[in-house]
Design a protein around this ligand. Structure first.
Ligand SMILES: Nc1ncnc2c1ncn2[C@@H]1O[C@H](COP(=O)(O)OP(=O)(O)OP(=O)(O)O)[C@@H](O)[C@H]1O
Length: 538
């Protein structure tokens, strides 16, 4: 750039000025093209990184045991998966490139400054060093404050996400006013923290700008003095010096902003990494591995619980303390017991959603706890109050259990589940949209679709957890017929949890009576009638 500054040293011919300006116009144009490609490449890189990280993190989350999801707010996890990872990727890629540019500007500029005038450089460096200290100090404070803001923001987002997904409950409790007030409180908290962050950020930027400008002023002032005492520094050199000190300043600012931003996302990354590293993982079948046929070759599955002790990870209370029982191949078993006695926990264990503290669970003699978690789940279909429908069409929901299922198989499953007729009466038949969690359907319709979905999977073991609670008496009768017609003696082992004890009488081979985690009896309905605990449930 010497030739540009030389123009300022003395009177120069217009043609020479034009030549120099034309040369530098070309250089700057190439530079701007470089900027275009740099931005494009960086953007592409950032987006690619974000996609890859999201994909990886989703994969990690899908491998976590269900207990992680019980402990964490789902809004929090999806915020991390979406917003947080995007922010990390953008920051890392953009700031890394900024840091590289900053380092080039800073070291190149500084080198030139020392080369031009050592004393002037030292005078200029003083405020820049102060700038570095200020940046470090406020960078650390800002990081903490932003982390706090991020926590509040995450909580707020999770809170509203849950309320919106449960809008029916909010409305039925006429809690709109309460919710609005609560949201305002959360927003006020968020705003308060945002103001805190803004305050520190403003101080940081104000000081940086003030010190930066002073650095330039001191440089020019001292430079003018050096020119006035004929120290060998010309006006042209001083102009060049001022330009390069601005480059160094810009380089420094890029470095310091890059550092602050990297620190900011490192906090967010730490939280994500904490979740990712949680040890409670299970083996997931991403490649649709199959349970070896040898297990099926042994025929209809029989199930054995051996000396099983279990507690939920978040509780100290033992749900089961050393229980054992056998379910024979092809049996239809009913489970009854007071609320909280442990009925659903048996399903949670057979499906290996949770690990027992001690004992064994055997299916056809194979201890499922020694197998990957997907192993028993592949053999089991479960219909429960907790399994919900996804946003999408009826067909999407039914095919979820077997995306490759033929139309014939789908219709067959729907007919067996008594779902076919009502689906055909829907405005778009199988393509009817069911809304989030199946809002656009009645409770009974939802459950029939769930049963059709479970049937389509063609499992060996069926688990029904209060599956008939939303069905009317006639449909429930039909459901019992289905169980008898489709399951009894057809190579399935079936377990049904029900509060409607009498409804199990004709369907089940045996009934398991549980009380506070203890198996009181596992016998025929008639035999159970002698138990006082059984009478309480009738
Ligand atoms: N995810 C969980 N985390 C911690 N404790 C749980 C969890 N699920 C159930 N429990 C506790 O385990 C015990 C047994 O619960 P379980 O759901 O198995 O009972 P249940 O007989 O199916 O009850 P209900 O008939 O009311 O559905 C209860 O004390 C319950 O509070």
């Amino acid at each position: 750039m010497k030739d540009i500054y030389a123009l300022c040293e003395e009177k120069t011919e217009v043609s020479k000025i034009l030549k120099v300006v034309a040369k530098w116009t070309a250089i700057f144009t190439i530079g701007s093209l470089g900027t275009y490609y740099r931005r494009l490449t960086i953007d592409q890189l950032a987006n690619k990184l974000s996609m890859n990280l999201r994909h990886q993190y989703y994969k990690v989350l899908l491998q976590k045991r269900i207990s992680l999801f019980a402990e964490q707010n789902s809004g929090n996890l999806s915020h991390q998966l979406g917003h947080d990872i995007y922010q990390i990727s953008q920051t890392v890629v953009f700031e890394f490139s900024s840091i590289l540019r900053g380092a080039a500007f800073f070291t190149g500029g500084l080198g030139y400054l020392f080369y031009t005038s050592v004393p002037l450089t030292l005078v200029t460096i003083l405020p820049i060093s102060a700038l570095a200290l200020v940046s470090k100090h406020y960078g650390a404070i800002l990081k903490k404050e932003r982390e706090k803001m991020s926590d509040i923001s995450r909580f707020t987002q999770g809170y509203t996400r849950e309320r919106i997904s449960q809008i029916k409950t909010v409305k039925l409790f006429t809690a709109e006013g309460f919710e609005l007030k609560k949201y305002k409180e959360l927003l006020d908290k968020l705003y308060g923290q945002a103001i805190n962050v803004a305050g520190y950020s403003a101080i940081h930027h104000g000081l940086m700008e003030g010190l930066g400008q002073n650095a330039l002023l001191w440089c020019i002032g001292y430079g003018a003095y050096l020119v006035s005492i004929d120290s060998g520094l010309s006006i042209g050199k001083l102009t060049a010096f001022a330009m390069y000190s601005m480059y160094s300043g810009l380089g420094f600012r890029l470095l310091s902003t890059g550092y602050t931003e990297m620190k900011k996302v490192s906090g967010i990354y730490k939280l994500i990494n904490q979740n990712a590293m949680l040890p409670d993982v299970e083996t997931v079948s991403f490649d649709s591995e199959k349970v070896p046929t040898s297990v099926f070759n042994q025929g209809t599955p029989y199930i054995q619980f051996r000396n099983l002790t279990f507690k939920y990870p978040t509780r100290d209370h033992l749900v089961f303390d050393n229980i054992s029982f056998d379910i024979k191949a092809g049996e239809i078993i009913g489970i009854i017991g007071q609320s909280g006695s442990g009925k659903s926990s048996i399903f949670n264990l057979i499906t290996h959603l949770y690990n027992p503290t001690a004992g064994e669970i055997l299916i056809n003699g194979v201890n499922i706890l020694e197998k990957p978690a997907w192993w028993p789940r592949q053999m089991i279909s479960i219909v429960s109050q907790e399994t919900l429908l996804f946003t999408g069409s009826i067909l999407d929901n039914i095919k979820y259990s077997d995306p490759q299922a033929s139309e014939e198989a789908i219709i067959d499953a729907c007919k067996k589940a008594d779902a076919y007729d009502f689906i055909m009466e829907m405005p778009d038949n199988f393509n009817t949209f069911v809304g989030e969690q199946g809002y656009a359907l009645s409770g009974g319709q939802k459950q029939r679709i769930l049963i059709a979905r479970a049937l389509l999977k063609k499992p060996n073991i069926f688990l029904f957890d209060e599956a008939t609670s939303a069905l009317d008496a006639s449909t429930e009768g039909y459901f019992q017929d289905v169980i008898e017609k489709e399951f009894k003696g057809k190579g399935y082992t079936v377990i049904i949890i029900s509060h409607r004890v009498r409804s199990l009488k004709n369907v089940c081979d045996r009934i398991m009576l549980i009380d506070e985690g203890k198996i009181i009896a596992l016998d025929t309905f008639e035999q159970l009638e002698t138990h006082p605990e059984f009478k309480l449930l009738l």
